[in-house]
Design a protein around this ligand. Structure first.
Ligand code: FES
Length: 67
């Protein structure tokens, strides 16, 4: 996942406290439009968890859900 890659490479700001179980939103990240156009929209569970994240925009995704 994008979260795993971020953690493995020391990217700051993504902690993934729930281990990718869609329970924390600490993997919140922003994707640019070019990337978003190439991937599926968030599923219902991801969208619901994003509702509780801080500073959510149209570019927001959860890194643990991006493969
Ligand atoms: Fe917790 Fe993504 S790591 S929701």
């Amino acid at each position: 996942t994008l979260l795993r890659a971020a953690l493995d490479n020391g990217v700051p700001g993504m902690t993934g406290e729930c281990g990718g179980e869609l329970a924390c939103a600490t993997c919140h990240c922003y994707l640019d439009e070019g990337v978003r156009a190439k991937i599926d929209e968030p599923g219902d569970d991801e969208a619901e968890m994003l509702e509780g994240a801080i500073d959510v925009t149209a570019d927001s995704r959860l890194g643990c859900q991006l493969r």
